[in-house]
Design a protein around this ligand. Structure first.
Ligand code: PDD
Length: 298
């Protein structure tokens, strides 16, 4: 487990090998330019959650930056399944990265380069009971990233600086604003609740459309929770009854302090509680669909 088997394909030579032995040439454009895209997929009881949606987004990111998709959907699924099986733990986090490949350093696309593909798994560390019961703190900052945040690019320096800003403040996340409007967290989507209505910022080039963005929208529709997508101002965030964050690693978590002030009642709120429950039901449902013969709690 400490030295998991990973999948690496460089210049078309693919192998499964221990992480500590995996090597990428320094002229890989991922290393030189951050020229690549990635995905992070949670795995519950050996079953990747919403893999089809992750693969669709991966294909969209690749198309947006003009990198040829190295595999079709079945090719990706087979490699992810092999990785999950070799890692072995029931709950995992699969990381998938594709870069434009290895080429002489020049900014424009190389004429010939084979995409580098890297897949690894690590233990899935979900937020603990303390987070569910007491919530998290966050700070705000102006969003100074580029304007293609809809691409899941490995060029994450802007996000890294925002995550470090949160760490420097001793909180879990930085919630960002551009032109006075809510965008997202450094590695999560942000949600606001007011008078029982759940609000999300529009899907555009200012945010990454999280796989949980789609899932939570679906859960709201299924369970009759009022849900609206529209621009959300800084004042609305400051006056929210609840603030939530979602991501592959956080699932959905409540923010109870923002910039040192209580959010709403200062405790995880009722919309969070309901969404958390529905999220767990969706996980159980996906396992029932994938493993029809298994008995799945939930
Ligand atoms: N990040 N917005 C940003 C900027 C993100 O980096 C992420 C996820 C999300 C949520 O997307 P999803 O629901 O598909 O996880 C939104 C992953 C977990 C990461 O970079 O590790």
């Amino acid at each position: 487990m400490e030295d998991p088997i990973v999948y690496l394909s460089v210049d078309g030579h693919a192998e499964m090998l221990p992480l500590s032995e995996a090597r990428v040439p320094v002229l890989d454009r991922g290393f030189i330019f951050g020229d690549g895209i990635y995905e992070v997929v949670p795995v519950y009881q050996g079953v990747p959650f919403r893999l089809a949606q992750h693969l669709t987004r991966l294909a969209r990111s690749l198309a947006a930056v003009g990198i040829t998709n190295p595999f079709d959907t079945d090719g990706w699924k087979a490699r992810v399944a092999e990785l999950i099986a070799s890692f072995g733990a029931p709950d995992q986090l699969v990381y998938m990265q594709v870069t434009r490949g290895v080429a002489k350093r020049a900014h424009a696309f190389p004429k010939t380069a084979t995409p580098t593909v890297f897949l690894m798994s690590s233990p899935l560390a979900l937020p603990g009971a303390d987070v569910r019961e007491r919530g998290l703190a966050a700070v705000t900052a102006q969003d100074n990233r580029w304007l293609r945040c809809d691409i899941k690019s490995i060029s994450l320096l802007g996000n890294v600086l925002m995550a470090e800003n949160a760490a420097a403040h001793g909180v879990a996340e930085t919630i960002m604003f551009r032109d006075g409007l809510l965008t997202e967290g450094s590695s999560s989507n942000a949600w606001v609740v007011k008078h029982g209505v759940l609000y999300a910022p529009p899907k555009n080039e200012r945010i990454l459309e999280g796989i949980r963005y789609g899932l939570i929208a679906e859960l709201a529709a299924t369970h009759g929770l009022q849900f609206e997508i529209r621009p959300i101002s800084e004042d609305e965030v400051a006056e929210a009854d609840e603030i939530l964050l979602s991501s592959a690693t956080k699932e959905v978590v409540p923010v109870v302090r923002l910039d040192g002030r209580a959010v709403g009642a200062g405790v995880p709120g009722p919309v969070y509680q309901r969404l958390y429950g529905w999220y767990q039901d969706a996980k159980a449902e996906s396992l029932r669909a994938a493993l029809p013969s298994a008995s799945v709690a939930g």
